[in-house]
Design a protein around this ligand. Structure first.
Ligand SMILES: Cc1ncc(C[n+]2csc(CCOP(=O)(O)OP(=O)(O)O)c2C)c(N)n1
Ligand SMILES: O=C1C[C@@H](O)[C@H](O)[C@@H](O)C1=O
Ligand SMILES: [Mg+2]
Length: 637
């Protein structure tokens, strides 16, 4: 006879989550590490009660903002290479609406995370409850419907027994590398507390196998033939290569056959920068070395990449008349891109199986790879030494601000520090096994070009959604994933202002993070974007009503939270601050005032952005014409 156990829906949820395990490369471990919460009336009496009664092995952490704590959960999962996750529970209405940007972040980056927002009453007896939106056309639509387009899996639970099939579906999605993304299970707030006699079998230990998908013989033969036919193949290392742990085989193949490696933001630091054939980032935020290699390529071997516009320079990075594509990806959808020959399989396994099939093959790159790399390293060295001068200063981003305006910034922010010099100082000073995190603004470009990670998996860029606010929140997730290492949030002033609530959570739970704040008093990269396309400087600088540059004391803000803080406006101060920050047990914030327009510019790349077709400015008309010319060279799809 079936044995049952009487539990509330929320108690059953927590009991089930505790029993989910992952099996990967012979190792088995619990899949859900913990749960972040912001309680409200939509979850405190259901999920809150269940956790208070028995949270099992779950670590329970109180977040400060739903988006922030969800970003922390996403960063944890990404840093754990998608093999362990945190769940996130929110209240109803605004609490769940705050999840939307984070859900988009998880979806665009293919990161598994479990979202459990509360939902409106299933009985509808007290409707409309506080925070319930009302539609005239339907009572069935709630705020949580807004999460559907940003969830890989979405469900609403209005009866306790629905939970069983819903959770099984959710965990199947969460543990499938080809589909990984956010699973959102919305539970009616009354149903969270309703009891049901659950089949005990539902709570038995479940093991989810992260098996490596083996390539077919047809796929391997086709891939090997393409590589052997090519004279100048280039390997594009995407996030999938990192998740598959393909570092060693990538280096082996690259070295043996003299194939250059170029990287996407998600793939960077799969292989350390010191590897001789690693030419760094490709595309809009790429290095000149990688972009030059890509132009010469007759075959791009895209490994675990989504081919976003940033990686492909809006489909202009390659000579599409002559270049072929070979895509190795666990996702069929991704493998189909750019009319590629498709290998729908695990990256590491595929490369290992290809290795013996390429015996005797060498590319025609010869010494070019080393020459390109040396040329780029010289450029990086130049960028590390940029010195501001009050006269005739020629910034990297040219012809936007006059010397007068640059001097005004130097005066107002009391700094002469260039962003490139500051960033390379950070790179040179922190311990090499520390992880850095970033996501939005001008810093992702500088990082992809200039950051030299000498230890694999120490570079964490969310550049699928580029969501401002991920930088500080995500640092907390990385600390939870790597408790014994330092983590540095590399963040612009705009992103910091948008969301940094989980800095407080890090202090509250003694999870030390370091915030390195680059303050150029504005939305710098967007200001560059508008001025590059013929517009004026319009609402992207942080200026007061009477046109004064905002000068915010961020160190003081963080000091108020209990962080150890520093102000560093030159290399010496910055080195000293970084060294002292290493010694602290509490979270730190280093405020660096940097000059606008001193970030890196593009290197032989182009970004397709919408430009006004008609306008009253000649400069915008020119920008529009330039775009039309570029589009003629771009692949159409
Ligand atoms: C949530 C969100 N809103 C808006 C944007 C668009 N956006 C991208 S970068 C940026 C400005 C970033 O400013 P800051 O963090 O100071 O970096 P900077 O470019 O100055 O280095 C904006 C508004 C975004 N990426 N994410
Ligand atoms: O619009 C954007 C421009 C990019 O330069 C920036 O890094 C990104 O955050 C963004 O949203
Ligand atoms: Mg800024």
């Amino acid at each position: 006879m079936m044995k049952t156990i009487r539990l509330t829906t929320a108690q059953a949820l927590i009991k089930f989550i505790n029993q989910q395990y992952i099996h990967f490369d012979g190792e088995e471990f619990p899949f859900v590490e913990g749960i972040f919460n912001v309680f409200g009336h939509g979850n405190v009496l259901g999920i809150g009660q269940a956790l208070e009664q028995d949270s099992g092995h779950l670590k329970v952490i109180q977040g400060k903002n739903e988006q922030g704590m969800a970003h922390a959960a996403i960063a944890y999962s990404k840093q754990m290479l998608r093999q362990k996750i945190y769940a996130v529970t929110t209240s109803v209405g605004p609490g769940s609406a705050n999840l939307a940007a984070a859900a988009g972040t998880a979806l665009a980056n293919n990161i598994p995370v479990l979202f459990i927002p509360g939902d409106t009453f299933a009985t509808r007896q007290p409707d409309p409850v506080l925070q319930q939106v009302e539609h005239e056309h339907s009572l069935a639509v709630t705020t949580n419907d807004a999460l559907k387009p940003v969830s890989r899996y979405w469900d609403r639970i209005t009866r306790p027994e629905q939970l069983m099939s819903s959770l099984i579906r959710a965990f199947e999605v969460l543990t499938d590398p080809a589909k990984a993304g956010p699973a959102t299970i919305c539970i009616s707030q009354d149903v969270e507390g309703e009891a049901f006699d659950f089949d005990e079998k539902f709570f038995e230990k479940r093991v989810h196998y992260l098996d490596r998908k083996i390539p077919l013989e047809r796929e391997l033969n086709g891939a090997a033939a393409l590589i052997k036919e090519s004279k100048k193949p280039v390997i594009l290392v995407g996030g999938g290569a990192k998740y598959s742990r393909a570092r060693d085989i990538l280096m082996k193949l690259s070295e043996k056959h003299n194939i250059p490696l170029v990287e996407t933001q998600a793939g960077k630091a799969t292989v350390e920068c010191t590897f001789k054939n690693n030419l760094g980032g490709l595309g809009i935020t790429g290095t000149l070395a990688a972009n030059k290699a890509a132009r010469q390529a007759d075959l791009i071997i895209g490994i675990g990449t989504r081919y976003t516009d940033f990686a492909t320079s809006s489909k202009t990075a390659f000579d599409f008349d002559t270049t072929k594509f070979l895509n190795i990806n666990v996702s069929r959808m991704q493998a189909y891109k750019l009319d590629a020959f498709q290998v729908v399989a695990d990256a590491k396994t595929t490369l290992e199986k290809l290795a013996p099939m390429l015996e005797g093959y060498t590319t025609e790159f010869g010494h070019t790879i080393t020459e390109l790399k040396d040329e780029w390293l010289a450029e990086r060295d130049r960028l590390s030494k940029i010195q501001f001068t009050r006269e005739n200063f020629d910034p990297e981003i040219k012809n936007h601000f006059s010397q007068e305006v640059l001097n005004e910034y130097a005066e107002a922010l009391n700094t002469e520090f260039a962003q490139t010099a500051a960033l390379i100082t950070v790179n040179d000073t922190i311990d090499p096994d520390s992880t850095i995190i970033c996501s939005a603004g001008s810093l992702p470009g500088d990082l992809q070009r200039l950051w030299n990670p000498t230890v694999p998996d120490t570079y964490h860029l969310e550049y699928g959604y580029s969501c401002m606010g991920y930088e500080v929140s995500g640092a907390l997730g990385i600390k939870l994933a790597n408790p014994d290492k330092e983590v540095y949030s590399i963040v612009g002033d705009g992103s910091f202002l948008m969301l940094h609530s989980e800095l407080i959570t890090s202090i509250q739970y003694n999870q030390k993070i370091n915030v390195v704040l680059f303050d150029n008093s504005g939305f710098g990269c967007i200001n560059n974007l508008q001025m590059d396309h013929g517009s004026g400087s319009y609402f992207c600088e942080f200026r007061t009503h009477d046109n004064q540059i905002l000068n915010i004391d961020y160190a003081k803000v963080a000091e108020g939270y209990g962080a150890k803080t520093y102000r560093a406006n030159n290399a010496e101060e910055l080195k000293a601050a970084l060294e002292d920050a290493k010694k602290q047990d509490v979270s730190t914030l280093i405020e660096i005032k940097v000059l606008p327009k001193t970030m890196t510019d593009g290197y032989d790349s182009w970004w397709n952005v919408g430009v006004a077709e008609v306008s009253n400015k000649e400069s915008i008309q020119k920008a529009y014409q330039f775009r039309q010319q570029k589009l003629e060279q771009a692949k159409q799809y």
